[in-house]
Design a binder for this molecule. Structure first.
Ligand code: 6PG
Length: 266
């Protein structure tokens, strides 16, 4: 077994097809930001726009900060970029729990996105089902459909919860099995307060994407990343994200991938 120091020197490394381990969270953010730039230029040139769904939670914040700063801020074709969200909590934008609010503070406030290119989920309303339907209509307006009739994002950025959830698709929840809807109202099991109520894209939409990038960092994600990659019987929501005609890339830091780098078994 290589010494930990030696192992870290060999990073970034592709430890499985589509699974890249970086030395640290900043390395994950840099790789994700480089991919975001590459895809934004590609789809802006080939399709005239780049439609991306952002992740919630805290993991994506270093990515958002890199996109909002030089040199990427000047290189990304923001006039062609449309930002959406993979999920949102039932709180107003200024609430610290808001996924839109996090992206606004770290990214949107710093880049020249045209008005009308920021597609907030608006989950703070009383009727979440109606908000879900309205968001689905917005997807219909802006996105191409795949051959299964689902809207195709060019890129969806996702996080990974310690229980294996992604977006707001939680283990054992009905939302996971809903293959007809594009956007649904659901709830985070065990959570309390308004942030427990959620809107989320469904697996049908996640798996229609051209590209999906998971960002997984921190030692607290080591167990779940091992289960996602090594335990198909776990049947975790994140394991079901397998784009039908697209690429899934998992970017993890050494702390989250520790069981693959330094042993540690199942
Ligand atoms: C949310 C996210 C959720 C998140 C994971 C990881 O609204 O909370 O969409 O799926 O990505 O829970 O969260 P962290 O990045 O904070 O660990």
């Amino acid at each position: 077994m290589a010494a930990i120091g030696e192992t870290r020197k060999s990073l970034p490394a592709e430890i499985r097809p589509g699974v890249i381990v970086c030395p640290d969270a900043e390395g994950v953010a840099r790789l994700a930001a480089a991919r975001f730039l590459q895809l934004s230029v590609h789809f802006s040139e080939t399709e005239g726009k780049f439609c991306v769904a952002l992740a919630g939670g805290s993991t994506p914040r270093p990515l958002y900060r890199l996109l909002a700063a030089s040199p990427l801020r000047e290189r990304i074709p923001w006039s062609r970029v449309h930002l959406f969200w993979g999920d949102e909590r039932a709180v107003p934008p200024e609430d610290p729990a808001s996924n839109y609010g996090t992206a606004y503070r770290e990214l949107l406030a710093h880049v020249p996105l045209p008005a009308g290119h920021v597609h907030r989920m608006g989950a703070e309303v009383a009727d979440l089902d109606d908000a879900a339907n309205q968001y689905a209509n917005r997807l219909r307006h802006h996105l191409q459909l795949d051959d299964a009739g689902y809207p195709r994002f060019h890129l969806i950025v996702l996080g990974l919860g310690a229980d294996g959830h992604t977006a707001s698709l939680f283990p054992g929840e009905r939302a996971l099995e809903n293959t007809a809807a594009w956007v649904i109202a659901t709830a985070a099991p065990g959570a309390a307060g308004p942030a427990a109520r959620r809107l989320t894209l469904t697996l049908g939409v996640l798996n229609a994407a051209h590209h999906v990038i998971f960002l997984v960092t921190g030692p607290e994600k080591a167990h779940v990343l091992w289960r996602v990659l090594e335990d198909p019987a776990a049947d975790l929501p994140a394991q079901r994200v397998q784009p039908r005609q697209g690429e899934r890339l998992i970017l993890a830091d050494a702390a989250a991938a520790s069981r693959f780098l330094f042993g540690g078994g199942s």
